[in-house]
Design a protein around this ligand. Structure first.
Ligand code: ZN
Length: 164
C-alpha cells in the first residue's frame, strides 16, 4: 500500500516558495515516480512536490497523453489570450473554481522521461495544468486567482471540511 499523503489546505508547505533542484539524482527520480503514483491513485491530472510535503521544484502532469515529470520548470512565454475553465486541486478537496489562465504557454524544464532539458509549447488543458502546478512551486493556490468573495467562501468550505 502506498503511504504518501496529499498535503491539504492549511498546511504551510503549500505556501512555501520551493527551491531549485541542484542535482538530478536517483532520489529525485524516485520522488517524481512516487508523485506520479500518487497523482494516478488520486485521479489527478497534475501534482507538485509541495503537495506531498517536499519543498523542491518538481511537478508531474498527465492529461491523458502520458506522464511528464519536470524538474525546475519555468514559464518562458505566456500568451496574452486567456481562457476560463473550472479547476480543482487535490490539496483543496471539494473546491472547483473558474480560473483565468493564459491559453498558450512555453515552458522549460528538465524532463525526466527524456532525460534532458526541454522546451514544451502547450495550449488548452495542458497549458492550464502547467500553470496550476508551477503556481504550487511558488506557494500559489487556485483560491488566489478568484474574487475575494469566492475566495472567502472557498476557505470557509475548506475549513469546515478539513477542520483547520
Ligand atoms: Zn493543485
Amino acid at each position: 500500500m502506498f503511504k504518501l499523503e496529499i498535503k491539504k489546505y492549511g498546511n504551510p508547505v503549500l505556501r512555501t516558495k520551493c527551491e531549485e533542484v541542484k542535482e538530478i539524482n536517483e532520489e529525485v527520480r524516485s520522488l517524481a515516480k512516487d508523485m506520479l503514483k500518487i497523482m494516478y491513485r488520486e485521479d489527478g491530472v497534475g501534482l507538485a512536490a509541495p503537495q506531498i510535503g517536499d519543498k523542491r521544484r518538481i511537478i508531474v502532469v498527465d492529461i491523458g497523453q502520458g506522464p511528464l515529470s519536470l524538474i525546475n520548470p519555468q514559464i518562458l512565454i505566456k500568451s496574452k489570450k486567456t481562457f476560463r475553465d473550472y479547476e480543482g486541486c487535490l490539496s483543496l478537496p471539494g473546491i472547483n473554481l473558474k480560473i483565468k489562465r493564459a491559453k498558450k504557454v512555453e515552458i522549460q524544464g528538465f524532463l525526466l522521461e527524456k532525460n534532458q532539458l526541454v522546451k514544451i509549447q502547450a495550449e488548452g488543458l495542458l497549458a492550464r495544468d502547467f500553470q496550476h502546478e508551477i503556481d504550487h512551486l511558488n506557494g500559489v493556490l487556485i483560491i488566489d486567482h478568484t474574487s475575494p468573495f469566492k475566495k472567502l467562501r472557498a476557505i470557509r468550505k475548506l475549513k469546515k471540511k478539513l477542520r483547520v
